[in-house]
Design a protein around this ligand. Structure first.
Ligand code: SF4
Length: 102
């Protein structure tokens, strides 16, 4: 979906951000980005449409991940973790100041 969206919005960074966030395992899912393909060929052997899946995953990886996917995932995880920590702290402070029951 994110890769397809880049065909319509080639200059949008949002698609790549969401791709890394979702398929990179940042937002709680198991990492499943295209660059993880091990080129075992199992999927192509059973594909009834004979789609060159490995080649297409390489293309998706090149477009959506580029170089340094590991670093990108690490950076996004750090930023997201920091944001969640701040939001969590905000919630605790808010509860302590505003939400305290009398
Ligand atoms: S070749 Fe197909 S089955 Fe093998 S790792 Fe890549 S996507 Fe998965």
């Amino acid at each position: 979906m994110f890769y397809n969206n880049t065909a319509f919005f080639p200059h949008s960074r949002e698609n790549k951000f969401l791709y890394i966030g979702h398929l990179g395992g940042i937002m709680g899912d198991t990492p499943s980005y295209a660059g993880l393909c091990k080129h075992c060929g199992k999927c192509e052997r059973i594909c009834p449409q004979h789609i060159p899946i490995q080649k297409q995953l390489e293309e998706v990886s090149a477009v959506m991940e580029g170089r340094g996917m590991v670093v990108k995932r690490f950076a996004m995880k750090a930023v997201m973790g920091g944001a969640m920590w701040v939001l969590g702290m905000g919630g605790r402070v808010n509860r302590a100041v505003v939400g305290r029951k009398k």
